[in-house]
Ligand binder design. Structure first.
Ligand SMILES: NC(=O)c1ccc[n+]([C@@H]2O[C@H](COP(=O)([O-])OP(=O)(O)OC[C@H]3O[C@@H](n4cnc5c(N)ncnc54)[C@H](OP(=O)(O)O)[C@@H]3O)[C@@H](O)[C@H]2O)c1
Length: 303
């Protein structure tokens, strides 16, 4: 099968598509024929060994041979291992692949046991109204945004400022915050104003013409989804008792988290923003674009 491997750390051109054996599902696993996956910022950061500590997991001098990129995927179950009764061949699913990755490939075997998704991944049914492109883009960003808003205990009637509102995390955070009944101020550049308004933002600050850090202490929650402001400036935007949330890596992701965002998608609360869709063969081009930090929502790779 074709898979995206990363034989060295560095620029997108290090990525290669290689032929590797199709994995066999073990007991408790399903094998998914991947139809769509993403070029995720997390994949790009592993490729760059950013932060340096990524080398402790993925290989000190170069990535371990056999490392296949791809944090998330959507596809169809094509085989099941022993003891699996919850899924059958033909089921349409989406998955968070866990930190051993492997979504950027024609097939991926993942456990359906639940529990620690970082190690074994999390497979759930594809939201019925989603195409495979949309489903592939949901698991990681939506879970991260949901967990961050939960951490902030955002509730109805509160106000939130979301910095980096047009990225993957930002676009999910707007939808989730509106669903929770909050008033949303989105920070993005002018070209993304219509996008964030369409997702429900009540007010938009164009960071290229206005310094949002001077808005004063008006918000119950500040979510710096893009991680570019300093904690000091962000805290200046908070009312007394307000909460600042910043991304700390991907955080701990469980099977339940992925099931929660699938349920929210089924309810019509969440819909991914897809910036562009490229064939798997163009993975280096996809990474070059992700590295610009200009993407709106997600970059999808199709097989
Ligand atoms: N996506 C995930 O699942 C995930 C999970 C955990 C952690 N993270 C981390 O979270 C951060 C955001 O990731 P992401 O995938 O949402 O998007 P991203 O690719 O890092 O950011 C893209 C968006 O950021 C906007 N942006 C760029 N510079 C900005 C600035 N100075 N102020 C405000 N917005 C700016 C861009 O819009 P303009 O072109 O309009 O500027 C673009 O829409 C990254 O550091 C990533 O490593 C992401």
């Amino acid at each position: 099968m074709r898979a995206v491997v990363c034989p060295a750390y560095g620029a997108p051109d290090v990525l290669e598509i290689r032929d590797v054996p199709i994995p066999e599902p073990r007991a408790g696993e399903v094998r998914i024929r991947v139809i769509a996956t993403t070029a995720h910022v997390g994949d790009a950061r592993i490729r760059r060994a950013d932060p340096f500590a990524a080398r402790l997991k993925y290989g000190l001098l170069r990535p371990h041979p056999g490392l296949i990129l791809g944090l998330e995927l959507a596809g169809v179950v094509d085989a099941v291992g022993g003891g699996v009764s919850t899924f059958a061949p033909g089921d349409e699913v989406m998955a968070f692949c866990g930190f051993d990755l492997g979504g950027n490939a024609e097939y991926r075997c993942l456990s359906v046991a639940g529990g620690n998704a970082e190690k074994s991944g999390a497979v759930v049914r594809k939201p019925g109204s989603f195409g495979f492109d949309e489903a592939a883009a949901l698991p990681t960003g939506a879970v991260t945004a949901l967990k961050n808003l939960q951490k902030a205990r955002l509730g109805a009637g509160q106000s939130i400022l979301i910095n980096g509102a047009s990225g993957s995390l930002g676009t999910y955070a707007i939808q989730l915050a509106k669903h929770l009944g909050a008033e949303v101020t989105a920070v993005c550049s002018g070209r993304n104003r219509e996008l964030v308004e369409g997702l429900g933002a009540d007010a938009v600050i164009d960071y290229t013409t206005q310094d949002f850090t001077r808005l004063g202490p008006r918000f119950d929650v500040v979510y710096d989804a893009v991680g570019l402001s300093t904690p000091r400036t962000s805290r200046g935007l908070l009312r007394p008792g307000g909460t600042l949330v910043r991304n700390r890596g991907l955080g701990r992701i469980t099977h339940e988290n992925v099931a929660d965002v699938a349920a929210l998608a089924d309810e019509g609360v969440l819909r991914p923003v897809i910036d562009r869709v490229l064939p798997l063969d163009d993975v280096a081009e996809a990474h070059r674009y992700v590295d610009t930090a200009r993407k709106r929502g997600s970059v999808v790779l199709t097989l």
